[in-house]
Design a protein around this ligand. Structure first.
Ligand code: SF4
Length: 192
């Protein structure tokens, strides 16, 4: 295994027609839009709840804790960064209270269009928010679904714990790793 070092993955810019989106009102909270990051043509699409900051307060590039743990687990599971594209239910990080249900429903339109355009081979939802929004069922959770594949809107989909949860609760990290190994095995095949 090659050595691992977290790094800033290239940002996938928002399409011209969406980059000034104000549909849900979250733009008023001031966080900038992040459309996606990683390889925009990757076969595996990872869905998180919302983007963390890509820059610190001084504007210098940074790799947040969620990204560090995700990249580490992906590397240890045998997934190459070129095989991964990361995007979000919300394209802006909320910084204050907001109407969660309404905002997620509005912004999901972007994700639906992204998936239609990218047509990923596999989709991985990380964390309960991504799971409940993408499966369109507020009763579901990672604990109950992990370890299996599901067909959602015609896409082979699985779930895993949010990298930040695995970072805060180290007992969850091996489960995140296990779930990403499931993804690597499906993508690479039995001999992969
Ligand atoms: S969070 Fe989504 S819907 Fe809301 S302003 Fe940003 S891109 Fe538009």
């Amino acid at each position: 295994m090659t050595s691992f070092c977290p790094e800033i993955w290239p940002e996938d810019p928002a399409p011209e027609s969406q980059k000034d989106c104000r549909e849900c009102g979250l733009y008023q909270q001031g966080s900038r839009m992040v459309w996606g990051e990683g390889n925009a043509k990757a076969p595996i699409m990872i869905i998180l709840d919302n983007p963390g900051a890509r820059e610190d307060r001084e504007g210098n590039p940074m790799v947040c804790g969620t990204r560090q743990t995700l990249q580490k687990a992906a590397h240890e599971a045998g997934l190459d960064k070129d095989e991964l594209y990361v995007t979000y239910i919300l394209k802006r990080k909320p910084v204050r209270a907001y109407d969660k249900e309404k905002t997620r429903t509005i912004c999901m339109r972007h994700l639906d269009e992204q998936i239609f355009k990218h047509k990923p081979e596999l989709i991985v939802c990380l964390g309960n928010v991504a799971v409940q929004c993408f499966f369109r069922n507020p009763e579901l959770d990672v604990k109950g679904l992990r370890g299996s594949w599901y067909e959602v809107d015609g896409y082979q989909t699985t779930v895993a714990y949010h990298p930040l949860a695995a970072r805060r609760r180290p007992n969850l990290y091996p489960l995140l790793l296990e779930d990403l190994q499931l993804v690597a095995a499906k993508h690479h095949g039995p001999a992969g």
